[in-house]
Design a protein around this ligand. Sequence first.
Ligand SMILES: C[S@@+](CC[C@H](N)C(=O)[O-])C[C@H]1O[C@@H](n2cnc3c(N)ncnc32)[C@H](O)[C@@H]1O
Length: 325
Amino acid sequence: MNAVSSFPYLPTASTTPLGMEVLRGLTARTKRLSPWLFYDERGSVLFEAITELPEYYLTRTEREIFAEHGDAILGAAGDSAQAILELGAGTAAKTDLLLAAAVRHRGEVAYYPIDIASSALDQARSRIAREMPQVSVQPIVSDYTRSLGELPGSERSRLVLYIGSSIGNFEPQAAAALLRRLRRQLAAGDRLLLGVDHVKDRTTLVRAYNDGAGVTAEFNRNVLSRINAELGGSFRPRLFRHRAVWNDRESRIEMHLESLVAQEVTIAALDLTVRFRRGESIHTENSYKFTAEAVKALLARGGFAPRQHWTDARSWFGVYLAEAV
Ligand SMILES: C[S@@+](CC[C@H](N)C(=O)[O-])C[C@H]1O[C@@H](n2cnc3c(N)ncnc32)[C@H](O)[C@@H]1O
């Protein structure tokens, strides 16, 4: 197929991060797409809707922990909270609770939310500027898996927030490598606050990623619409079924998009035709679930010493404070 010239897409799309990821993922023997591809503008809105779903306990539970222990967390972070950085901040809705605690502790706070989704960061900036004038917000649109070398605020001690269970999207080796890269950018004594989802019963886990209203299914299929819009794809999202499964051996929820029929999809900007067998799936996300021991081991592999952690009454979610050592 040579359809590039008939579409208004750059012929160099295969060298953009999106193009490279789609090319690599859909030509692999087991098709896969990275979860960061979910977060275009519509994906960010759908994620916000997910956080409100009755089945999606993660955001609600972490927010409860921040509401109850925000002051203790900021107290334990001590001097490190002169500058607060957040990886994958999104709209930073529940971060408000930590920022408010930081203002109570320090009076003024510099906050650097980092995200690939500029629309989500815009929302965060205008809300925080309006509601918390003591917080100076400096959003950074960036992919933290590529550009951790440019972390701001190095003239002060820093507290890095990596919450919302986002570390769970990485396979164990990659998660440890990401923490090591982060550690190299920090000074000894800087802190990391890591929010992770704990292992729990399978039904609760699967329902959180397969809600009754079908919002997570829309979120998952949105990646196909994004490829259509940005790379001239011919995906018909309705011909893919959303599937969430618990993989006990790997301790993770997997999200897949399963082709309902044998079909061919073209992606003009990549000059690519992708064939699907009926039942073949694209693996779009992993969400690893941790025990407290596994989190501490991961932090240690990343170069951080676990100091303290907080959890909810059911111990469904954990927030771990660790020190760069
Ligand atoms: C699951 S949401 C979590 C948002 C928020 N931290 C929370 O706890 O609700 C993941 C966020 O990370 C962002 N993200 C995903 N991969 C990223 C990457 N490689 N670099 C920067 N941001 C990323 C997404 O745009 C999204 O806003």
